[in-house]
Design a protein around this ligand. Sequence first.
Ligand SMILES: *Cc1c(COP(=O)(O)O)cnc(C)c1O
Length: 394
Amino acid sequence: MIPAVMPTYDRKDVAFERGEGSYLYAADGRRFLDYTSGIAVNNLGHCHPTVVKALQEQAARLWHTSNLYRIAHGERLAQRLVENSFADTMFFSNSGAEAIEGGIKLVRKYQYVNGRPQRYKIICFDQAFHGRTGAALAATGNEKYLQGFGPRAPGFVHVPLNNTNVVRDAIDDETAAILVEPIQGEGGVRPGSGEFLRALRQICDEFGLLLFFDEIQCGFGRTGKLWAYEWFDVKPDVMAVAKGIGNGFPLGAFMATEKAAAGMVFGTHGSTYGGNPLGTAVGNAVLDVMLAPGFFAGVRERIGYFRPKLEALVARHPKVLAEVRGTGFITGLRCVVPSADMVNALFERQMLTVGAGDNVVRIYPSLVATREDLDHGLAIIDDACRALAGAANG
Ligand SMILES: *Cc1c(COP(=O)(O)O)cnc(C)c1O
């Protein structure tokens, strides 16, 4: 019999009832170290006091009014995001996929209002992930996810990451934009090179295309700065964010320059919940923590502590681990053994991780994980590697 919850996930048989910092507590009393962070969502750990307080206070005051009226928390959050990014303006959604959908509308409308209505195609990359809704799924381009769902939304062209020549060759009179994750998450924690991302900027300027970054997974501090693009010295015209923006409260946004948003006038887009008082109160609390002086310096200090030790584990266990992928706290361990075996071995040791493409296990501690939390994780990975190496030998 089909379960009441539609069985689209292969769930681990554990249910958590409480979270605190880097740890989750199961109903049966077991404590798990969380290096999934809700898939790059709980960037401030579980139940961060600043975020809990903001949610509780707002919950007792006002949840939702619709976007027919001004929303003070939303205006403030948008202002702060704009002041701390390339963007001049933004629109709130409830999820990442919706932020991508909005960005897709925006780039097409930009070409339309600039006298190039034939431009609708978006160049995307192999192993990308942009979400599970219609256009976002076509942008994702993964055959496994598309199969059986009827004709795919037209206008998405896929090329390999980090190869500028094929990008140039893929451009035609109908191209509107290039959509890229500066660091691919689901695809296997695969970074775009700085050289490549800067070349995309140049190509977009040359051909009148918009550069659209998906920082839904790599943004909100994962790299040790608020935005991943800050490391690459390149600015997009449009960017989708979500995940870490609400630390677990469903919220997303697409952000744009004034020029890119030229077509997004009254009536062109909307959302019932998007940016409601409850969600944006939480978003502001997340920024209160992240924008506090010294926050990212602290994150980078912890990253600096963690990374060499993670590299050392790979060197110590060549039969199990092949390399460390990514940067900051958006890292992956590419495995020699099947990555699912590693995820399971860690789970048996009460540590939570999630796999990704390319046989990678994602290592996503919270940005506020203490040295003890990091040492704990490293010790568990070391132990799991010993066991898996033993099994491989036997
Ligand atoms: C998770 C993710 C999405 C989709 O976000 P949802 O909130 O699940 O719709 C899109 N792009 C990237 C890079 C993601 O990691």
